[in-house]
Design a protein around this ligand. Structure first.
Ligand code: MG
Length: 373
């Protein structure tokens, strides 16, 4: 890796791993984190988990896996330009959705409702739980034993109550400090990725139309420019060219504004980053345009009746599964039965959260269908 900015996370200022390990040979600590994430079971499951569209609705829609790869791509280009730790942003980006339930946000809401009396369910916290506890692959420790900075990047949000239980990785929520710039960048890359690919998937599925989204400034300004230069472009190419220009606008603005914020706050090192206000940010104008795009997607895509039907189905499937496993934990696979002896609700939540969309649908069928397959 080329030289890092003084405020970047590096192998010299990392707070390290919970279980001490020998330094890796031929790769950096954060490359090792990334490699462990890619080899995890939870990572492979992302291929069959919903972003907005259920996996089997079409082969071209984003899944959590392709979403995570797009986040990593955007985050890495930003990190490279700003001389932040590219390996770290890649690791955070690839791991950030590992704790997601099947069926996207509807699934998380449903599981959270089921877990109301049992400490709740939050996908950020679950992502951390996956890499800290649930992956069983290494002889010397549970989980992946990732570096502190990768773990803090995965834990984007957290209630104060949970923060207090989490030890060192929860401290920043209590002390009102910021995570590393790498974590801040991965977070914004996530937002850039999903806003833009949801526009693409929304248009492709026909749930939103070009006419509708032409009311969004960020989209309209690029659409008009592309139409003017290429009046005879096919609609697919017109959409793609418009979206790539939107991503470019957001990324360039983020680069410029972040550089400016680092300078304006006189940031010299990682400790300065932690005590400053959030430094990775869009300019006021672009933030406003981005907000407009988000609210458009909320109204026209995420609350579209076809998406709502999928959400209702997700609520039903997850609620049914949760109740069935709570009533009789002998229905759980053996490893979860064992865990259920200590905390049944958490074991059930871990099992359900780990399911892919199609596994949850099949499991529901196996438990509730009267007729044979
Ligand atoms: Mg995401």
């Amino acid at each position: 890796m080329s030289e890092l900015a003084p405020c970047a996370v590096s192998e010299h200022n990392t707070r390290g791993r919970i279980v001490r390990e020998e330094a890796p040979f031929g790769r950096s600590e954060f490359q090792r984190d990334r490699d462990r994430i890619i080899h995890s079971t939870a990572f492979r499951r992302l291929e069959y988990k919903t972003q907005v569209f259920v996996n089997h609705e079409g082969d071209l829609f984003r899944t959590r896996l392709t979403h995570s790869m797009e986040v990593a791509q955007i985050a890495r280009s930003i990190a490279r330009h700003l001389k932040f730790n590219e390996d770290l942003v890649e690791a955070i980006s690839l791991a950030h959705d590992l704790g997601h339930t099947p069926f996207g946000h509807a699934g998380q809401d449903a599981l959270n409702a089921c877990m109301k009396e049992h400490g709740g369910f939050e996908h950020n916290l679950q992502s951390l739980r996956v890499v800290d506890v649930l992956e069983e692959r290494y002889a010397a420790f549970d989980g992946l034993n990732l570096c502190f900075e990768t773990r803090e990047g995965i834990l984007k949000h957290c209630s104060l109550e949970n923060a207090a239980r989490l030890g060192v990785v929860g401290e920043r929520f209590i002390n009102k400090q910021r995570p590393s710039l790498e974590a801040q960048i991965a977070n914004l890359a996530d937002e850039i990725a999903y806003n833009n690919h949801d526009v693409d998937d929304g248009l492709r599925s026909g749930l939103i139309t070009l006419e509708q989204i032409a009311s969004v400034r960020l989209f309209a300004m690029h659409l008009d420019a592309v139409r003017q230069t290429y009046p005879n472009l096919s609609e697919r190419r017109l959409i793609h060219e418009t979206i790539r220009r939107m991503i470019n606008t957001l990324v360039s603005d983020l680069l410029r504004q972040t550089e400016q914020n680092i300078r304006a706050h006189g940031i010299q090192n990682l400790a300065d980053v932690r005590s400053a206000p959030p430094l990775a940010a869009f300019s006021t104008e672009v933030r406003e345009m981005n907000r407009e795009l988000k609210s458009f997607l909320h109204t026209h895509l995420y609350r579209h009746y076809r998406v709502m039907r999928m959400s209702a189905k997700a609520h039903r499937i997850i609620g049914d599964l949760f109740r069935a496993f709570m009533e009789d934990n002998r229905l759980l696979p053996p490893q979860y039965q064992w865990q259920a002896e200590a905390d049944q609700a958490r074991a059930v939540a871990d099992y359900i959260a780990g399911m892919t969309d199609r596994y949850a649908i099949r499991e529901h069928h196996r438990i509730f269908a009267v007729e044979e397959d």
